[in-house]
Ligand binder design. Structure first.
Ligand SMILES: [Ca+2]
Ligand SMILES: [Ca+2]
Length: 137
């Protein structure tokens, strides 16, 4: 085969990858590094004080439509526990930004801010009321 014969296939593969990244409504698309544990760069939410149910993001996100993840000894899997209004703690390992976590109620947002210092924080009055987090850069 000539080099030229490879080009169309490579171009199609690139288009497919871009299309997958841009799919609207793919709530599971931002799952951090898609591995258990709160890795460098991730914004991590915890269902409880343990490690069983976790959800990690790279970016600002609404929590609706996201479920906590768990590890079943073989794979990192989506649980039936929603993230929205259901998180206890947060760890912000964003490389650059503080974050704020908010609850929307009665037409108003209530926010709590968290530094990117790798510590695990209780969400305070946002505990089990979390609707969204935003990077503050
Ligand atoms: Ca992770
Ligand atoms: Ca809420």
């Amino acid at each position: 085969m000539t080099v030229r014969s490879f080009r169309p296939a490579a171009a199609v593969a690139v288009v497919a990858a871009v299309a997958a990244a841009l799919l609207p409504g793919a709530a599971h698309a931002d799952n951090g590094d898609n591995k258990p544990g709160c890795a460098h760069g991730e914004i991590c939410f915890w269902y409880s004080a343990g490690d069983t149910y976790q959800k990690q993001f790279w970016y600002t996100a609404n929590h609706g439509g996201h479920n906590f993840m768990y590890y079943d000894q073989y794979r990192y899997q989506v649980s039936n526990e929603p993230v929205q209004d259901n998180a206890l703690q947060v760890t912000n390992r964003d490389t650059r930004c503080r974050i704020r976590v908010g609850n929307y109620s009665g037409g108003l947002w209530t926010w709590r801010e968290f530094p990117n210092d790798n510590a695990r924080y209780h969400l305070g009055d946002i505990n089990n009321r979390n609707d969204r987090h935003e990077r503050l850069c």
